[in-house]
Design a protein around this ligand. Structure first.
Ligand code: NAP
Length: 473
C-alpha cells in the first residue's frame, strides 16, 4: 500500500506521499489529547463560530477543492463541487444545532435529588474513511465531534491522499486549532496502535465489510466504542402502480451517480412483472445516453472509476456473474478511452446461486429482477446479508411507505432519490454496520451521556434495595 494520487482519467501519477512515522502518530495523539482537555472548558459558541468559518471556507474554495477531488478519484467536477457544498451544509448544521443536542436533559426520578444527563466529550476519535466521497465522509464525523470536543485523527484511503490533506489544511486555514483534525498517512498496524492508545476513545470507519471487520475487531479488543458504515446492495423496488415517468427519471441516476460507486447506489432493481419490460427498455435507453469523457468537462456524464484495481475487480465480478448464468441486456463493452472507464451494464436472470446475487458490485452495473407480487419484492430485498438503504416507488406513497417499513435496512426513501443531509441519520443494519452518522443520533455517537444526581443531603428512606433494612448497630 502506498499513498498516491493517480489521475483515473489520464492514468498519470500526480504525487506520492511518505508514510507517517510512529513519532508523527505520537505527536498527533499528544496534540489531540491536549486539545481535548482544553476544549472541555471552552464555550460551545467558540467552536460553532469556527465551524461556520469552515463552511464558508469550503464554499469560497469550491472550485479548488472540487478539482483536487476529481483528480484524486475521477468523479465529475460538478459532483465534486456538490460534495464541497454538502460539507459546508453539514458544518453549518452542526454549528447551529449541536448546542441544542448537547444540552443537559432532566430525568424524572424517585431518587433523592435532581437527576440529569450531561453530554461530555470522551477523547480522541480514530477515523478511517473511504475514497468515494473524499470530503463528505470526513465532514460527517468531524463536524459533530468538533462541536462536542472530540478531536480526530484521520486515516484516509491510500488513493485519495490529496483530498484528505486538502480537508485537513482547510480546517486549519478556517481557524480550527491544531489537533482538531490531523490527517496522517498511516499504515494498518499504526491504526491499530492508535486504537490501543488510552487517549483514543472512539473509532469511526466507513468502508468495506473487510476493512470494517478488521478495524472493529481492534476496537472491540480494546473496548473502544465504534461506528461502522459499510457496504450495501440497496434495493430499488418498483410496485405495480408506480409512476413510470418518475421511476425512469430516477432509476438510472440512482445507479450511475458517482459512477455507481456509492454505498447507497441502487444496486438491485426489483420490478413488478407488470412494468418489467418497459422498465428494462427505458433503463437501457438512459444508460445509452451517458457520455464518458474528461470529468472536468461539463458535457461529460460518465466519470472513470477511481482506480484500475477497482475497475478490474468489477470486471471480474461481472465475468463471474455471466459465467453463473446472468444475462447482459446492455453494456459489458470496452470504452475506448485511456482512463478507468467502465461501460454501464445491465444484468438480468441472476439466480440465488449466482455470486452476483449476494455481492456488492461497486460500479455502474445494475441488476434487474422481475417479481410477481409485493411480498416477493420484499422477500427478495431482504434476502441479503447487507442492509444499508433502499428506495420504493409506488402510486400510493402511504402504501409504498408501508412496504418501505418492511425492508430490513437502515434507511428507505419513498418515491425519490436517496439523499444524504445532516438532519437525517445515516447508517445500516446487518453486515452494513452499526451506529449512525449525522443528525442528533450521529451527534451522540461518541458522547459520554453522564448521569449526575444532585441532592442536598442523603435520604436513607429513599435508597432502593436491602441496604436500608440493615441496622449497623
Ligand atoms: P475499504 O477498502 O474498506 O477502505 C476504507 C478505508 O479503510 C480506507 O481508508 C482503507 O485504507 C481503510 N482500511 C481498510 N482495511 C483496513 C485495515 N485493516 N486497517 C486499517 N484501515 C483499513 O473500502 P473501500 O473499498 O475503499 O470503500 C468502498 C466501500 O465503502 C464500499 O463497500 C462502500 O459501500 C462502503 N461505503 C459505505 C458508506 C456508508 O456510509 N455506509 C459510505 C461510503 C462507502 P487503504 O485505502 O489504505 O486500504
Amino acid at each position: 500500500m502506498t499513498y498516491r494520487t493517480v489521475n483515473p482519467y489520464t492514468n498519470e501519477l500526480i504525487k506520492e506521499y511518505p508514510f507517517a512515522t510512529d513519532r508523527d502518530l505520537e505527536s498527533a495523539l499528544s496534540d489531540s489529547y491536549s486539545l481535548y482537555k482544553k476544549m472541555k472548558t471552552q464555550d460551545l459558541s467558540e467552536r460553532a463560530s469556527i465551524l461556520h468559518n469552515i463552511a464558508k471556507y469550503f464554499r469560497d474554495h469550491e472550485d479548488e477543492l472540487g478539482k483536487i477531488c476529481t483528480v484524486d478519484m475521477g468523479k465529475l467536477f460538478i459532483e465534486s463541487k456538490g460534495e464541497v457544498e454538502l460539507c459546508a451544509i453539514i458544518a453549518d448544521y452542526f454549528a447551529d444545532h449541536a448546542g441544542e443536542f448537547l444540552k443537559p436533559e432532566k430525568i424524572d426520578t424517585i431518587a433523592t435529588g435532581e437527576a440529569e444527563i450531561q453530554k461530555h466529550a470522551t477523547g480522541v476519535i480514530m477515523t478511517v474513511e473511504p475514497w468515494n466521497f473524499p470530503y463528505y465522509q470526513i465532514m460527517r464525523v468531524f463536524a459533530p465531534n468538533f462541536m462536542v470536543g472530540n478531536p480526530m485523527i484521520l486515516k484516509d484511503p491510500s488513493n485519495t491522499p490529496a483530498s484528505a490533506q486538502a480537508f485537513a489544511d482547510a480546517i486549519l486555514a478556517a481557524g480550527a486549532p491544531k489537533g482538531a483534525l490531523t490527517n496522517l498517512f498511516l499504515q494498518y498496524d499504526q491504526v491499530t496502535k492508535a486504537i490501543e492508545d488510552f487517549r483514543v476513545q472512539g473509532v469511526a470507519l466507513t468502508g468495506s465489510e473487510r476493512g470494517g471487520r478488521s478495524v472493529a475487531e481492534a476496537a472491540g479488543k480494546n473496548l473502544k466504542k465504534s461506528t461502522m458504515e459499510l457496504g450495501g446492495v440497496d434495493p430499488f423496488i418498483i410496485l405495480e402502480d408506480a409512476n413510470v415517468e418518475d421511476v425512469n427519471n430516477i432509476a438510472w441516476r440512482a445507479r450511475l451517480y458517482n459512477c455507481g460507486q456509492v454505498c447507497t447506489s441502487s444496486k438491485r432493481f426489483i420490478v413488478s412483472d407488470k412494468l418489467y419490460d418497459q422498465f428494462v427498455n427505458k433503463l437501457i435507453e438512459n444508460f445509452n445516453k451517458v457520455k464518458p469523457g474528461d470529468p472536468m468537462d461539463p458535457a461529460t456524464t460518465l466519470a472513470p472509476m477511481n482506480t484500475e484495481k477497482a475497475k478490474n475487480k468489477l470486471q471480474s465480478q461481472l465475468d463471474d456473474a455471466i459465467a453463473h448464468g446472468a444475462k447482459v441486456v446492455y453494456g459489458n463493452k470496452r470504452i475506448d478511452l485511456p482512463g478507468q472507464f467502465f461501460m454501464p451494464t445491465i444484468l438480468t436472470n441472476i439466480d440465488k446461486n449466482n455470486p452476483a446475487y449476494h455481492e456488492e458490485m461497486f460500479g455502474p452495473i445494475a441488476q434487474v429482477y422481475k417479481v410477481h407480487s409485493e411480498q416477493e419484492a420484499i422477500d427478495l430485498a431482504n434476502d441479503s446479508d447487507l442492509g444499508l438503504g433502499g428506495i420504493v416507488f409506488g402510486g400510493d406513497a402511504d402504501h409504498a411507505a408501508e412496504v418501505a417499513s418492511q425492508i430490513e435496512t437502515g434507511m428507505v426513501f419513498v418515491n425519490n432519490f436517496m439523499s444524504s443531509l445532516p438532519e437525517l441519520p445515516f447508517g445500516g443494519v446487518k453486515n452494513s454496520g452499526y451506529g449512525r452518522e449525522m443528525s442528533k443520533i450521529g451527534q451522540m455517537a461518541f458522547v459520554n451521556e453522564q448521569l449526575i444526581v444532585k441532592a442536598n443531603h442523603p435520604n436513607l428512606d429513599n435508597i432502593a434495595g436491602g441496604l436500608v433494612s440493615i441496622d449497623p448497630k
